[in-house]
Design a protein around this ligand. Structure first.
Ligand SMILES: NC(=O)c1ccc[n+]([C@@H]2O[C@H](COP(=O)([O-])OP(=O)(O)OC[C@H]3O[C@@H](n4cnc5c(N)ncnc54)[C@H](O)[C@@H]3O)[C@@H](O)[C@H]2O)c1
Ligand SMILES: O=C(O)C1=N[C@H](C(=O)O)CCC1
Length: 251
């Protein structure tokens, strides 16, 4: 039985995972962490990670960027592997995650779905074909009106999977409103839309002369992320220190 600490247990993702794990014979939440708690969970809830005294095999994190530094400290100090799903992290925090992974197992992924993690590989292939032919790359992401960070972590990861295979000099362009000039071919455009209850949509557009190729992923329920996070937690428990991602889980 994999014992899990749910960091951010009372948020939308924390509660989705709580509900899914109710019927799981191989994993259970042994403690939650959330500063906002009304006592409705079946497990004990602590207001901060450093006040959590329950032993566990792995932590799942869906909180906010502000909560991640303390989490990494706790994970390394107590030798509890951690699945970091929170997005909107700064470059310094990503560096801290890499440093932490030298002491304990860390899996970081901006998107836990099979579809997006497969898309990373497809996009790398597509970029190698379309870039020499002069295609422009634009990414459009859409999410619900409660989301704090923009662009989404997934949009940035999709952009990275393309930029990584392109020649040097490509850069991300988030806003063209202050400029009056033609598009620079070295731009990778990233646009964010927020509204209603959209779970998550990502479109990657390769626009060439007289033809356009579009890749699109739509998440219809947060369950797709929750199931991926649970699989990742089961995978990571007991693993040696190192940096992991969803491709290690999916294979
Ligand atoms: N990787 C993925 O597949 C994926 C999927 C969905 C959401 N996310 C990301 O996960 C994060 C959370 O998403 P959400 O929709 O559940 O948000 P949410 O706002 O509904 O929930 C966040 C929860 O974290 C709690 N929290 C805040 N500070 C905390 C702290 N210091 N310690 C413990 N808990 C704390 C909040 O009280 C809240 O209950 C966001 O960054 C989002 O972008 C990632
Ligand atoms: O609901 C969110 O918030 C999501 N955030 C992730 C991101 O920023 O990429 C993944 C999709 C859902």
């Amino acid at each position: 039985m994999t014992r899990i600490i749910m960091h951010g247990c009372n948020g939308k993702m924390g509660q989705m995972i709580t509900n899914l794990l109710e019927g799981d014979e191989n994993a259970q939440i042994v403690a939650g962490v959330d500063p906002f708690d009304d006592g409705h969970n079946k497990y004990p809830v602590f207001p901060s990670i450093d006040s959590c005294v329950v032993k566990a095999d792995v932590i799942i994190d869906f909180t906010s960027a502000k909560a991640v530094d303390k989490l990494l400290e706790f994970s390394a100090k107590n030798q509890v592997p951690v699945v970091v799903c929170t997005t909107g992290l700064s470059d310094e925090q990503i560096e801290r995650i890499n440093e932490t992974s030298k002491q304990v197992a860390v899996l970081k992924s901006a998107n836990m779905s099979l579809g997006i993690n497969t898309l990373f590989k497809l996009l790398a292939q597509a970029a190698k074909v379309f870039n020499p032919a002069g295609f422009d790359v634009e990414i459009v992401e859409k999410h619900h009106n409660q989301k704090l960070d923009a662009p989404s972590g997934t949009a940035l990861a999709l952009a990275d999977s393309i930029k990584d295979v392109l020649p040097d000099g490509y850069y991300y362009k988030y806003d063209r409103s202050q400029e009056r000039r033609k598009r620079d071919p070295k731009e990778i455009g990233i646009s964010a839309v927020r509204g209603g209850t959209i779970v998550g949509e990502h479109e990657v557009i390769f626009a060439g002369e007289d033809e356009v190729i579009e890749f699109k992923h739509t998440a219809y329920s947060k369950a797709v992320f929750a199931k991926g996070a649970i699989e990742a937690a089961k995978f990571l428990a007991g693993k040696p220190a190192g940096m992991y991602d969803m491709s290690d889980v999916i294979g």
